[in-house]
Design a protein around this ligand. Structure first.
Ligand SMILES: Nc1nc2c(ncn2[C@@H]2O[C@H](COP(=O)(O)OP(=O)(O)OP(=O)(O)O)[C@@H](O)[C@H]2O)c(=O)[nH]1
Length: 539
């Protein structure tokens, strides 16, 4: 946890109204549908259905490629901003997309460094699934506050107490119900809003309609019986009695530290429960948080602008090899045309054409505040982990690069084109799509990824974006470690182990391993050399 100065004043209103979050879920739980409804209630799109193309495209690998081809769609979905009114305040929501497939977990980790909270969507019939668990663990590493949405309650679902138990046990987080479902499957009629004592009734006839919401004065209010059939009402009263006895109330500070998650029940496709969840994000958010950095942390309310790159997307337009660096603003009020210092190179850059992503459109960002995400088109100067400031040499920390779990050699189909291949590979390495190592001995490259699917996506992108057919082939190596230590020790080590040594795209020294035994041997024989599985992406 970061030390928060005790006498911190309230955030300026423009910053306090921002909520920057991601949605995590197992494929098919309803992330796309929920996103669509967020945009609908946020007034960003006229009709639901516009983000659909992306959701459907995710289903199969070949469709995934098609989506990757259509860079426009996937890019505009990388970060979406929209407004949401809650109790007289106009909130600005920044929703950052996380890749759905587990093969992209490193990308996901970095994305999660750019948000202040995560919404976890689970399928009411399935509970906590494998990918939910993985993504949750990434959130846990960063103590991110989590808001849970249990979706598809319009269908047969599991017992609610059982779902809550499963979250508590599998994810080791306390759960507090923010709403409680009434009826199951076809008999599901809506929810009791525990936080605000209201009855929310689902309209099955109109999927885009906001639920009817009725104020209730406690569980003995006769109004309940007018809307809820007797058997369901009796069960609701029993359930809520148990909830009161067994479950903790919503404590905002426990939620903020990531040890308690409120859960809403709903049906994204029926627009049900979504507005309540959005109210929850507005109310319990949290606001843009302090950013850890070296040599000092950054407070969002600082007047000077700072931000960091958490994602780079290359070749958005294959005709112009432009890249967009996605920057999370950590502090200040940014205006278009501002000159910012690129801390790594110490150079100044004028940010004249920053973009923001409002639903499906990409727009010039005239201004942005701490918490916002802007896209900065550039020619490769901006890399993941870079910090931009108004001059101060401060660097955001905590954006790691993970050791790849799968390695393969790669060759251009046409040996004459190996220079082109190098260029393409370096670009993907900078984008963070793969690790690229150039072995000290021999020609060719070793490419490292976290999941097999990434090789396929890479091969297809190299062909598509560079017109270069490539072959991935088995490598004798299985993993890689970064080499640290004092200069002399490292030199001695690399000299004696040349056949294992390579350089990554930043020129840092890497030790390629075949077996755990290799690593143990280095630990034993070279006590002055340290091998690490992660590298902080800052210079
Ligand atoms: N019955 C029911 N179906 C839903 C609900 N929400 C989403 N679905 C359906 O569940 C399927 C998956 O929904 P998506 O929103 O595409 O799920 P996703 O999590 O984005 O899936 P990926 O794109 O694979 O990550 C779709 O067929 C939706 O129509 C719901 O509340 N009730």
């Amino acid at each position: 946890m970061l030390d928060t100065p005790s006498n911190r004043p309230a955030l300026p209103a423009e910053i306090a109204r921002r909520r920057t979050f991601a949605i995590i879920s197992h494929p098919d739980a309803g992330k796309t549908t929920l996103t669509e409804k967020f945009l609908l209630f946020g007034g960003a799109i006229q009709m639901a259905g516009q983000v659909r193309a992306k959701g459907e495209a995710r289903r199969t690998r070949s469709d995934f490629m098609a989506m990757e081809k259509d860079r426009g769609i996937s890019v505009s979905a990388s970060a979406m901003s929209f407004d949401f009114m809650n109790k007289g305040t106009n909130f600005r929501f920044n929703l950052v997309d996380t890749p759905g497939h587990s093969d992209f977990s490193e990308d996901t980790y970095r994305t999660l460094t750019a948000v202040d909270a995560a919404v976890m969507v689970i399928d009411g019939a399935k509970g906590v699934e494998s990918q939910t668990q993985k993504l949750f663990e990434v959130c846990r590493m960063r103590d991110l506050p989590i808001l849970t949405f249990c979706n598809k309650m319009d269908r047969e679902s599991r017992d609610v107490f059982e779902i809550i138990d499963e979250i508590q046990e599998n994810l080791a987080i306390d759960v507090t119900p923010a709403s409680w479902p009434i009826g199951v499957g076809r008999d599901f009629i809506g929810c009791y809003d525990i936080l605000r004592d209201r009855l929310e009734l689902m309209d099955r006839a109109d999927r885009n309609k906001v639920a009817e919401s009725i104020a209730i004065e406690g569980l003995d209010d006769p109004k309940l019986a007018e809307h809820v059939p007797a058997a369901l009402l009796e069960k609701l009263r029993e359930d809520l009695e148990m909830v009161r006895e067994l479950m903790p109330p919503l404590d905002a500070s426990l939620m903020a530290e990531g040890s308690l998650t409120p859960i809403w029940f709903g049906s994204a496709i029926n627009s049900f429960g979504v507005k309540e969840l959005m109210d929850g994000i507005a109310t319990y958010g949290p606001e843009p948080q302090i950013q850890s950095a070296e040599p000092r942390q950054i407070l969002p309310e600082e007047p000077k602008v700072s931000g960091f790159v958490f994602k780079v997307q290359a070749n958005m337009d294959p005709k112009h090899r432009d890249r967009v660096a996605f920057v999370r603003l950590a502090s200040g009020h940014f205006t278009r045309g501002m000159k910012l210092t690129h801390v790594r190179s110490k150079k100044t850059m004028s940010v004249t054409n920053p973009v923001m992503f409002l639903a499906a459109d990409r727009e010039l960002a005239e201004e942005a505040w701490a918490g916002d995400i802007i896209g900065i088109p550039n020619h490769g100067q901006l890399r993941i982990g870079d910090t931009l400031t108004e001059g101060e040499a401060i660097r955001v920390s905590g954006i790691p690069s993970f050791a790849p779990e799968l390695l393969q050699g790669v060759r251009a189909g046409d040996p004459m084109k190996s220079k082109h291949l190098e260029k393409a590979l370096m670009q993907f390495a900078e984008e963070g799509a793969a690790k690229v190592f150039k072995p000290a001995i021999g020609s060719g490259f070793v490419v490292g990824v976290v999941g097999q699917l990434q090789f396929e996506v890479l091969a297809s992108r190299i062909e598509l974006e560079y017109g270069l057919p490539v072959r991935f082939e088995q490598s004798q190596f299985t993993s890689a470690r970064w080499v640290n230590g004092d200069r002399q020790a490292v030199d001695k080590f690399t000299e004696a182990n040349k056949q294992h040594i390579a350089h990554d795209h930043d020129g840092d020294i890497v030790y390629l391993t075949r077996l755990q035994w290799d690593i143990d041997r280095v630990d034993r024989d070279y006590p002055d050399v340290r091998l690490t599985a992660t590298k902080e992406m800052m210079v």
